[in-house]
Design a protein around this ligand. Structure first.
Ligand code: NAI
Length: 331
């Protein structure tokens, strides 16, 4: 099949070309998919999209009119796709439901350890010959309560790691997992989770239910000094509300790998440009905020898993008219 791959970075080329083994004709397009760039697909049988590509109804209509039949997402999340429009246009959508959950879970842990023990600040201090410890004080993770919102593949992997640190892990999920319960994770209602967590980790998908789950009301229920970690999707957190929580001191630490308006920021080198997003710029000013640019998935194992499943979805569609991992509009 002809495949137009949007938002293609050099690492996408490397891993997708290796997984493809010459089977499909891959065209790599650096641009992000949007109303303006959709024409670059050029009537390809399949377009391959990543998390900040805009797979909106007008984009889908234009793709369908040009003959595209398949949308192969190289992500687990599919909140950026208008599934109803895809279905109405008769297009199939496939995704990569599982690829090294360790990549994201371990990144969440890296953020917690860095933010807690200030290793990022220590690194800079020591390079400048400053060996003072003031401002670097952390806390023992052992014995603390970690609240996990969403215990799917990533959340349950994360819960297991935190159990290994000796944490008490509580969780909230409409579909509790037996695997997590076996790890000693206790399921509690969301409000209790907010009230008891010393560290709150968001591992749920972005849905209408989880949009701005962390808002002023939720923050109002939390322990003073709570650490919030978001590696799920930016819009699960109301960024203006967490700024208020940071200013009041209720939030003692905030680690974000995702941000609601990240599409205009992340995955690009903007170091020579003025950041236009004032909310994001304000977040960067807090000493207890740590932000990474949607890199939680970024391990060799995850990239090769993503590439393999993406190519397998495309091959299955070519062979049988169905992808291995379809995404359909909710009924
Ligand atoms: P999954 O589908 O295995 O698990 C999601 C879990 O969230 C499920 O158990 C589901 O029941 C639960 N859930 C749904 N609505 C909920 C709600 N209202 N409250 C609490 N729990 C709820 O998905 P997986 O693989 O664990 O990924 C989770 C999310 O992580 C993805 O949807 C994606 O948005 C994000 N992600 C972020 C990456 C990054 O690089 N930062 C990479 C991969 C995924």
């Amino acid at each position: 099949m002809d495949v137009a791959i949007f938002s293609a970075k050099p690492y996408d080329r490397q891993f997708l070309a290796a997984a493809n083994e010459g089977r499909h004709q891959l065209a790599f397009i650096e641009a992000r998919l949007s109303d303006e760039t959709v024409r670059f697909a050029g009537g390809a049988d399949c377009i391959c999209a990543f998390v900040n590509d805009q797979v909106t109804a007008p984009v889908i209509a234009e793709l369908a009119a040009a003959g595209t039949k398949l949308i192969a997402l190289r992500s687990a999340g599919f909140n950026h796709v208008d599934l109803a429009a895809a279905e109405a246009a008769g297009m199939t959508v496939g995704r990569v439901p599982a690829y090294s959950p360790h990549a994201v879970a371990e990144h969440a842990v890296a953020l917690i350890l860095t933010l807690n023990r200030n290793t990022h600040r220590a690194f800079n201090r020591v390079r400048e010959g400053n060996f003072a410890l003031e401002g670097l004080l952390g806390f023992d993770l052992c014995g603390k309560t970690v609240g996990v919102v969403g215990t799917g593949l990533i959340g349950s992997t994360f819960a297991g790691i935190m159990r290994g640190f000796g944490c008490r892990v509580i969780a909230s999920d409409p579909y509790p997992s037996d695997e997590c319960a076996a790890l000693g994770v206790t399921y509690v209602p969301l409000e209790r989770l907010f009230a008891e967590a010393d560290i709150l980790s968001l591992q749920c998908p972005l849905t209408p239910d989880t949009h701005h789950l962390i808002d002023d009301r939720a923050i109002g229920l939390m322990k003073r000094g709570v650490m919030i970690v978001n590696t799920s999707r930016g819009a699960v957190v109301d960024a203006s509300a967490v700024i208020r929580g940071l200013k009041s001191g209720v939030i003692g630490g905030l680690a974000l790998d995702v941000y609601e308006e990240e599409a205009d920021l992340f995955f690009e080198d903007l170091s020579q440009k003025a950041i236009q997003d004032d909310v994001f710029a304000r977040l960067l000013t807090f000493p207890n905020v740590l932000i990474t640019g949607h890199q939680a998935f970024f391990t060799r194992e995850a990239l090769s898993g993503i590439a393999r499943t993406t190519i397998d979805n495309i091959t299955a569609y070519e062979d049988t008219g169905r992808v291995l991992h379809p995404v359909t509009a909710p009924r």
